[in-house]
Design a protein around this ligand. Sequence first.
Ligand code: NAP
Length: 228
Amino acid sequence: MNVLITGANRGIGLGFAKQYLAQGCDVWACHRSDPGELNEIENTRLHLLEWDVSQDQQPGFIVEACAIPKHLDLLINNAGIYGPKKEAGQSLETVSSQTMMEVFDVNCVSVLRVVQQLRESLIEARGVIANVSSKMGSSGDNTSGGSYAYRAAKAALVIVSKSMAMDLDEKGVRVITLHPGWVRTDMTDHSGLIDVEQAVSGMANVIAHVDDYGTGAFVAFDGQVVPY
Ligand SMILES: NC(=O)c1ccc[n+]([C@@H]2O[C@H](COP(=O)([O-])OP(=O)(O)OC[C@H]3O[C@@H](n4cnc5c(N)ncnc54)[C@H](OP(=O)(O)O)[C@@H]3O)[C@@H](O)[C@H]2O)c1
């Protein structure tokens, strides 16, 4: 199975890379700049690919950049940013247009950029696209407000993901939106409730059962459908 993961040099993305390598998959692990821990993994099935998903690229750039497979069975759009960490930077009083746009661009628009580059390989394989959103993008789950940029971007990703699911359905490509849980990574200053391994194995299980949920579903690492 051929798998491509964005933002795979640390955190949940790195966990996904290790998970699918352990399953014997060929993994294209993308990193924005520093490959980090990916450099320490010795596995001939691991392919490193520098890809800053916030950058617009020419059509076909990825095919020319490296030996991307003609069949891509699984794309995990994992790369993401929270934006200013202190609530002061994303509060009603202080959130800036620039923060809103930057966080929206990386967490939502980049997913479209990546899928536009890889669409043909996914169709060829009748593959799966897994878009990593967050419960913070759920309107039904929002009882504490704040985090304007992150919440808005992850909510937008849910609807982008759903449109993708509708548009690619007839081509045999399934799309699922994921919530990893509250995970101990740099993004949460390692203050989450679960570790990367638990989040990743849960989400890999959801991905493996994508047909049980129906394309376009929004599902948490523990298999629960997220209301939005
Ligand atoms: N941790 C949680 O509790 C939690 C909860 C819900 C959802 N999520 C989502 O899960 C995903 C992974 O989060 P995480 O906790 O693993 O965060 P993390 O530890 O901060 O890692 C984020 C990853 O995204 C990459 N990235 C950021 N901007 C990028 C860009 N422009 N191009 C390519 N890669 C880029 C980072 O690369 P660099 O190292 O180069 O910066 C890094 O590899 C994110 O989408 C996040 O929103 C996380």
